[in-house]
Design a protein around this ligand. Structure first.
Ligand code: ARG
Length: 276
């Protein structure tokens, strides 16, 4: 008899430093992605309550959590991942696609400046860690809906790292962090149907053992998760993703951000990693 129960590899957590923004002024008053329906009501106090749970999970995981002050009239500021991209203490600022979010770019750059980061003002349109993910020493860079391909070159020049451009094709998965989850230094999970064929080819070659998530899990923004290498904070409704993570030796932690999903964002969107 062959033993098919191969032991899952040991995973190691490493302490993370993140930036978050309380959704004090969260609402859906405009529509810049298919998830947003300004005609439907939103509950700001529920958004804050759900966000508080995520914040507390990070504190319990011993993360170093920084907070940026929310600004009246910028309801999407809660999605801190879009505020920039930070590696080696260098903060590449965001330049948003839609006018509704453009004031967030300078607001986040001011915060980086005040907190000792080397700020690089972007020349090209980009939405920060929503479309730039660091894994395997490379930068995966999304484009198609928000971040311009020209910014991929800007990022390569700033960080001196290889940048892998990926084309997003499904408007529901308009940022790379809605279609790819970074699980640790070398592993990712992704939704194949969110990419065109040439991008898929790149992903298959770079990550042959990637976790492939179901359409159902992606549709609750299950991939929009944040991992410290062992603990993976995910949407609690992404049940199959949760099972796959467990099988591979990770520790999934479910959280319900249903209210923030009305703006088209989940766990990762609310989280910007700060790498000193
Ligand atoms: N309403 C926001 C937008 O459409 C949601 C941003 C989600 N953020 C993310 N990192 N995927 O811009």
């Amino acid at each position: 008899m062959t033993d098919t129960s191969a032991a899952a590899p040991a995973r190691t957590a490493s302490k993370r430093t993140v930036l978050m923004c309380r959704p004090d002024y969260f609402t859906v008053s405009y529509r810049i992605n298919p998830w947003m329906h300004p005609e439907d009501p939103t509950d700001t106090s529920l958004a804050v309550k759900q966000w508080d749970v995520l914040h507390q999970i990070y504190l319990d995981l011993d993360f170093d959590v920084h907070l940026i002050e929310p600004i009246v009239g910028l309801p999407d500021m809660v999605y801190a991942a879009n505020g920039g991209f930070v590696i080696d203490n260098i903060a590449y600022g965001a330049s948003f696609t839609y006018p509704e979010r453009q004031p967030e770019g300078p607001a986040y750059m001011d915060w980086f400046e005040a907190n000792g980061f080397d700020v690089r003002v972007p020349e090209e349109v980009n939405e920060g860690e929503g479309d730039f993910l660091l894994v395997a020493g490379k930068i995966l860079a999304g484009t198609g809906f928000r971040t311009a391909t020209n910014s991929h070159g800007e990022v390569a020049a700033i960080y001196g790292r290889e940048v892998v451009s990926l084309n997003l094709v499904n408007p529901s998965f308009y940022h790379l962090d809605t279609a790819v989850a970074v699980l640790d230094d070398n592993n990712i999970a992704y939704l194949p149907s969110a990419f065109d064929e040439s991008s898929l080819e790149k992903l298959r070659t770079l990550f042959p053992d990637a976790v492939i998530v179901t359409e159902q899990d992606a549709a609750v923004l299950g991939l929009n998760s944040f991992s410290d290498g062992y603990n993976v904070v995910i949407a609690s409704r992404a049940k199959d993703f949760e099972r796959q993570l467990r099988e591979r030796g990770y520790n999934p932690i479910g959280v319900d951000l249903s209210e923030l999903l009305l703006g088209g964002g989940g766990v990762k969107c609310c989280t910007l990693e700060l790498r000193r």
